[in-house]
Design a protein around this ligand. Structure first.
Ligand code: ZN
Length: 315
């Protein structure tokens, strides 16, 4: 049985102060906060989700804001760069916008495409790349119109402790196709039109350390729960220790660590973020799973603010 993921489902990272996180991803990048909930294992802290208007698979970045945690260190065993895709011919708009908010960026070219590389307030590497592929987001916020808005992930750069093995896993287990090589990078592609370009660094860096400003894991897409069951068997057959199925409210998840040290998750596209709120109101209220609802009052008093707001320029 050969299986192919359509691409990235979501990426999850550790950051610091939650309002700074919201101000950057909603206020500057113009993403929609599609869900505000808590870390089910540590309900005094948030789990925040941002994406396109619907929180479509392939557009979702999720954060654990831990304001008092140590800064992590970028290195192998991690996602090194998270790339976002914007509509064609809009990089000029984004350059102006970043300049207005005094966010420094660098331009570079990779596989013939121009990228703007920047850092979020907690040190995560983020890139913007313009492509025709992918449907426009219907979310407009804080001066980002829908025809300029981020459509979803362009892809990611993976830093592996064992690049050859990671590349083999991407091809043989995840079903990605090797497309090109350039310098110390190899590019793989999946079948979706977003979240589909995965670049692997061929040289292993010193091992990274998890903490603020690092990606915790990358999740790949499964179509539905039947497909998810097949994925679990498929991954096990390659000898990976894969977790039992976990209910994450908005998707089901399984996890395994690939040989290069990167934590991989496979997550189902359904049910999605309109599962416990309407499309119109998603993200506006703190959502709690039923078993935490009785503790809502104490949870709400513990949590720091995390509210999407329109930012003043060059704040
Ligand atoms: Zn996840």
């Amino acid at each position: 049985m050969q299986k192919q993921t359509t691409g990235i489902h979501h990426i999850t990272a550790i950051v610091g102060n939650p309002q700074e996180n919201v101000d950057f991803y909603a206020g500057v990048l113009g993403l929609r906060m599609v869900k505000k909930t808590v870390n089910f294992d540590d309900p005094g802290t948030y789990h925040l989700y941002f994406g396109d208007d619907a929180g479509s698979p392939g557009s979702i970045i999720t954060f654990f804001p831990w304001p008092n945690a140590y800064q992590g260190r970028l290195g192998s065993g991690q996602v090194g760069i998270t790339s976002y895709v914007v509509p064609e011919k809009t990089l000029g708009f984004w350059e102006e916008r970043l300049t207005k908010f005094k966010i420094t960026f660098e331009k570079h070219t990779r596989f013939g495409e121009e990228y703007l590389e920047l850092h979020d307030p907690h040190g995560l590497n983020v890139e913007l790349v313009a492509r025709k592929a992918g449907k426009n987001s219907r979310w407009s916020f804080g001066g980002v119109p829908t025809d300029k808005a981020i459509k979803g992930f362009g892809g990611a750069v993976l830093l592996s402790a064992s690049p050859e093995k990671t590349m083999k896993t991407l091809e043989e287990v995840m079903g990605l196709k090797k497309m090109a090589e350039e310098g110390d990078l190899v590019r793989f592609q999946s079948t979706s039109d977003i979240g589909n370009m995965i670049d692997v660094k061929k040289i292993a860096l010193p091992r990274g350390q998890m903490g603020v400003g690092t990606v915790h894991h990358i999740a790949w897409r499964a179509n539905d729960s039947d497909d998810h069951k097949e994925w679990r068997e498929h991954v096990s057959r390659f000898g990976f220790g894969v977790t039992p199925f976990k209910d994450r409210q908005y998707f089901d998840a399984i996890y395994f660590r690939e040989d290069g040290g990167i934590l991989f998750e496979i997550a189902t596209d359904p049910p999605g973020f309109a599962y416990d709120e309407s499309y119109e109101t998603m993200g506006s209220k703190l959502m709690l799973p039923s078993w935490l609802e009785e503790k809502r009052e104490s949870i709400e008093t513990t949590l720091l603010p995390a509210i999407p707001r329109v930012l003043e320029e060059d704040k």
